[in-house]
Design a protein around this ligand. Structure first.
Ligand code: ADP
Ligand code: MG
Length: 727
C-alpha cells in the first residue's frame, strides 16, 4: 500500500500527516494546532484549569506545581500530533519573532529516548540570545536573557512539510529583569490600563466589573508578486522594496483592483492562508483586493491584544510561507513600489471588561452613555497630549514613505468622531444650550439617552489616522511590516494616564453624594477635558493641504520623518508617563530610543548600498552597452546613406543620463560614507535622512529616466509591469 493510498486520504489527515483542507469541516480544523482554553479545559484536571484561568486573569502567579501538570499535558497533546521540538517564541526588539528549537527527547540510558517536557521548561527558558538588540542593557559577558511563558496567549503548533514544532508565546527579559522585547511592556501597559479603568468605573458607580483588558483587530495589507520576477530583483530580495522602477502607463487610477474579483491563483493562496491561520486558532475573517495592483488585505476577528499581537506576527509569517508554496512572494514592506499606495496596518482597538462590556459602545441607557462619553473623552485627551508619542509608534524608515509623503494617512495625529458625536461632545464642552430644550436634555449625560448614533456615519472617514468607527478606535498609521505591540503599548499607557487623572477627580467626590450631583461631576470632567483637547478632533479630509494648514493653526504637530518622531521617546514627560505606570524605566526607554534610531540608520544604509550596487553593476553596464550598440547601428545606417538616424540621438540621450547616473552614484557613495562615520545615533539617523535619502532619490531619478527609454530587453530587471500586473 503506498503512502498516499485511499486509506490515508479519507478523513482529515493525508499520508504526510497534513490535514486535507478540502475534506475537513472548518469547525473541526479551527484551532486544531492551538492549545487553546477549550483544549486545556478538555485535557487538564478541573482544579488546574481553574488555576490557569486565574493566572490569565492576573489574579495569581503560576506555580511550578501547576506548570508541571500543564507541561505534561501540552507535551502529550503536541507529541500525539507529531511534534518533535518545542520553542519559546518571543518578540525581540528587531520587530520580528524569534525561536530556538529544542527537541523533546531525553535519553533513557539504554539507548532509547523518551519525550520529556518539564514545568520549568514551559515557564522559563534561557535562550542566551545575546545577539538581539538590547541598547546597552545587556553586555555580552552578562548576556543571560530569559523567556517566560505568557499565559494570556495560547501555545500553538507550527507546521512545516515534515513535522510540527510546539511554540510557547513568551516574554523576553534580562537577568536583571529589564524588558528586552515588545511583549513585556505591552503586558504592563494592559495592567496599567486595567488598574486606572477600574478606578474610573468604580468612580461612576460600577461595582461589578473585575477586570478590564484591551482588544485589538489588526487589518493587514500586503502585496503578492510572482516569485520568478521577485528572484530577479535584488532590491526586493535585500530591502523588501524596489529602489528603482517606473510605473507602466497604467497604475491604480482605474480603481479596478480594489474589491475586484480575486484571480484564481490569489484565491487559492488566500484559501490556504485561511486554513493555516485557522489551524493555529487565528480567526481570519475578511480578505479582499486592495487599491494598488497586486495589493491585498486580510483581517482577523479581534481578540485580546496579546493574542492579537502574536496572531498578527503569525499572519505576516504565514502570508510569506504560503505565498512561496504558490510560486509567489508576499511583500510586507510599507512601500514596495513608488507611484501606487503603500501598505499599512489598521490597529482596531477597544477596551473590554470581563463582564462583557465594550467601553466604547455608545449606550442605550443613561449610565452607559455617561460611561461611553467619559472613556471617549479620555481617548481624545490622551491622543492630544501624547500625539507625538503615538506618532512615534509608527516611526520607521519604511513607514516614512507613507507618513512623510502625500499618502495615507498624514503624519498629523487627529481623531475622527463623525458629526453627531462631535456635536454632543462640543455641546458638553461649551455647556451649551442649543436653544431647544430637547437638545439640552440630550446633552445632560447620565440622565437621558444619547441620540442614537448611526454607525455608518462614524464609519465613513478613511483619511483620519485615528478614527472612531462605531465601537472602537482605528489607528491607521502603523506600518504593514511592524509589530503592533509598541503602538498598543503607547496607546494603553497614554489612556491609562488620563484615566488616572479622571479617577483622582471622581474619587474626590464625597461618598454618599446624590446620583445627580455625581452626574454633574462626571459631566464636569468631560467638559473640562474635551474643551481643552478637542483641537485634535477633525472630521474633514485628512489628505488635503487645507488640513495641513488648519492643523498648524491648531498647533498640532506634523512630524514627517522617523528620526525626529523618535526623539519624543527620551523627553522627560514621556519617561514620567512610563515610570508612573511601571511600563518602562528611563534606562529601558533610552535603550529603545537608540535601538530604533540604529534600526532606522541600518535600514537606510542597506537601501543606499543596494542602490549604489544596482546602479553600478547592473544598470550602468546594461545601458551603456545598449547606447554603444545604438551608436554602432547609427554609424552603420549613416554609412549606407540613411538620412534620419534617431538611433544616434537616442544613444546620446542614454549616454548623457548614464553620465548623470554615474555622478549621482558617486555622490551618494560620499554621503553614505559620511553618515557611516557618525558616532552619535541621533546625528547619524538625521544624516541618513537628510543626506543619504535624497542622494538615493537622485540616483533613482536618473535610473528611472533610463528605464523609460532603454529597450525592454536591455533593462537588467523585470519592471513594474511584471511585478505589479502579472500574477
Ligand atoms: P474596515 O475595513 O471597514 O475598517 P474590517 O471589518 O476590515 O473593517 O476590520 C475591522 C476590524 O476591527 C476587524 O478586525 C474587527 O474584528 C475589528 N474590531 C471590531 N470590533 C472590535 C473591538 N471591539 N475591538 C477591537 N477590534 C474590533
Ligand atoms: Mg479599516
Amino acid at each position: 500500500m503506498s503512502c498516499c493510498s485511499d486509506d490515508y486520504a479519507v478523513g482529515t489527515v493525508d499520508c504526510c500527516g497534513e490535514i486535507d483542507f478540502t475534506k475537513t469541516p472548518v469547525a473541526e480544523l479551527y484551532g486544531s494546532n492551538s492549545f487553546s482554553n477549550a483544549i486545556m479545559k478538555q485535557r487538564l484536571p478541573k482544579n488546574i484549569y481553574k488555576e490557569i484561568l486565574a493566572v490569565q486573569a492576573g489574579e495569581k502567579e503560576l506555580s511550578l506545581e501547576v506548570a508541571e501538570v500543564v507541561a505534561a499535558s501540552i507535551r502529550d497533546w503536541a507529541v500525539e500530533k507529531g511534534a518533535t521540538h518545542y520553542t519559546h517564541w518571543f518578540h525581540p526588539l528587531t520587530g520580528l519573532t524569534a525561536e530556538k528549537h529544542d527537541s523533546f527527547i531525553s535519553p533513557a540510558g539504554d539507548g532509547t529516548v523518551i519525550m520529556e517536557f518539564s514545568g520549568k521548561e514551559l515557564i522559563k527558558g534561557e535562550p542566551d540570545a545575546s545577539s538581539f538588540p538590547s541598547g546597552g542593557l545587556r553586555a555580552t559577558f552578562e548576556a543571560r536573557g530569559y523567556t517566560a511563558w505568557d499565559v494570556t496567549s495560547p501555545a500553538f503548533l507550527k507546521q512545516d512539510r515534515t513535522g510540527l514544532t510546539l511554540c510557547i508565546p513568551t516574554a523576553f527579559i534580562s537577568y536583571y529583569g529589564q524588558a528586552l522585547d515588545k511583549k513585556v511592556p505591552l503586558l504592563k501597559s494592559i495592567d496599567a490600563l486595567n488598574k486606572q479603568a477600574i478606578r474610573v468605573l468604580r468612580g461612576i458607580g460600577n461595582a461589578t466589573t473585575k477586570r478590564v483588558y484591551t482588544t485589538v483587530g489588526p487589518e493587514q495589507e500586503y502585496f503578492l508578486v510572482d516569485k520568478k520576477f521577485y528572484d530577479q530583483r535584488p532590491d526586493l530580495i535585500l530591502t523588501g522594496r524596489t529602489v528603482f522602477g517606473v510605473l507602466p502607463a497604467k497604475g491604480q487610477e482605474m480603481e479596478d483592483h480594489y474589491f475586484g474579483a480575486l484571480k484564481e491563483r490569489v484565491a487559492d493562496f488566500m484559501r490556504e492562508l485561511n486554513y493555516e491561520l485557522w489551524k493555529v486558532g487565528i480567526p481570519a475573517k475578511t480578505q479582499h483586493n486592495e487599491v494598488a495592483p497586486n495589493q491585498f488585505e486580510i483581517a482577523p476577528i479581534y481578540t485580546n491584544s496579546t493574542a492579537a499581537v502574536d496572531g498578527n506576527q503569525l499572519v505576516m509569517e504565514t502570508i510569506r510561507s504560503v505565498a512561496r508554496r504558490h510560486g509567489m512572494e508576499g511583500l510586507l514592506h510599507e512601500k514596495p513600489f513608488a507611484g501606487v499606495n503603500g501598505s499599512g496596518k489598521h490597529n482596531n482597538w477597544s477596551i473590554a471588561t470581563d463582564d462583557g462590556i465594550n467601553l466604547f459602545e455608545p449606550g442605550e441607557n443613561p449610565e452607559s452613555n455617561a460611561r461611553f462619553l467619559l472613556f471617549a473623552a479620555a481617548v481624545v485627551e490622551a491622543v492630544d497630549r501624547y500625539a507625538l508619542l503615538i506618532r512615534s509608534s509608527a516611526a520607521t524608515a519604511a513607514n516614512d514613505f507613507r507618513l512623510g509623503a502625500n499618502e495615507a494617512p498624514p503624519a498629523i495625529i487627529s481623531i475622527f468622531f463623525g458629526g453627531p458625536l462631535t456635536e454632543i461632545l462640543d455641546n458638553i464642552a461649551e455647556g451649551k444650550s442649543s436653544g431647544k430644550s430637547e437638545a439640552d436634555a440630550k446633552i445632560k449625560i447620565g440622565v437621558t439617552s444619547l441620540p442614537s448614533l448611526p454607525k455608518d456615519v462614524s464609519d465613513r472617514n478613511r483619511t483620519s489616522p485615528f478614527a472612531f468607527t462605531g465601537n472602537k478606535f482605528e489607528f491607521r498609521m502603523v506600518g504593514s511590516s511592524q509589530s503592533i505591540a509598541t503602538p498598543n503599548t503607547y496607546l494603553n499607557a497614554a489612556v491609562a494616564q488620563v484615566l488616572s487623572e479622571f479617577a483622582d477627580k471622581l474619587e474626590s467626590v464625597p461618598k454618599g453624594t446624590a446620583a445627580s450631583d455625581k452626574n454633574d461631576a462626571i459631566q464636569a470632567i468631560i467638559k473640562e477635558s474635551y474643551a481643552k483637547h478637542r483641537k485634535v478632533v477633525f472630521n474633514g479630509n485628512g489628505y488635503s493641504d487645507e488640513w495641513v494648514r488648519e492643523a498648524e493653526r491648531r498647533g498640532l504637530p506634523n512630524v514627517r520623518n522617523a528620526p525626529d518622531a523618535l526623539s519624543v521617546l527620551i523627553r522627560s514627560e514621556t519617561i514620567a508617563l512610563f515610570e508612573a505606570h511601571k511600563i518602562f524605566t528611563r534606562e529601558e526607554m533610552e535603550s529603545r530610543y537608540h535601538i530604533y534610531l540604529e534600526k532606522y540608520s541600518k535600514q537606510v544604509n542597506i537601501e543606499a548600498g543596494v542602490t549604489i550596487d544596482l546602479a553600478r553593476r547592473y544598470i550602468f553596464p546594461s545601458v551603456t552597452a545598449y547606447a554603444g550598440s545604438l551608436a554602432g547601428d547609427a554609424a552603420a545606417l549613416a554609412a549606407i546613406g540613411a538620412a534620419n538616424v534617431p538611433q544616434a540621438k537616442r544613444a546620446k540621450k542614454i549616454a548623457d543620463f548614464s553620465a548623470e547616473l554615474y555622478d549621482e552614484t558617486a555622490k551618494l557613495e560620499t554621503a553614505l560614507a559620511e553618515a557611516q562615520g557618525i558616532d552619535d545615533p541621533a546625528a547619524q539617523a538625521k544624516a541618513y535622512f537628510e543626506k543619504v535619502r535624497p542622494g538615493m532619490d537622485a540616483v533613482r531619478s536618473r535610473a528611472d529616466a533610463l528605464e523609460r527609454i532603454v529597450a525592454k530587453e536591455a533593462w537588467p530587471f523585470p519592471g513594474y509591469e511584471e511585478l505589479l500586473f502579472k500574477l
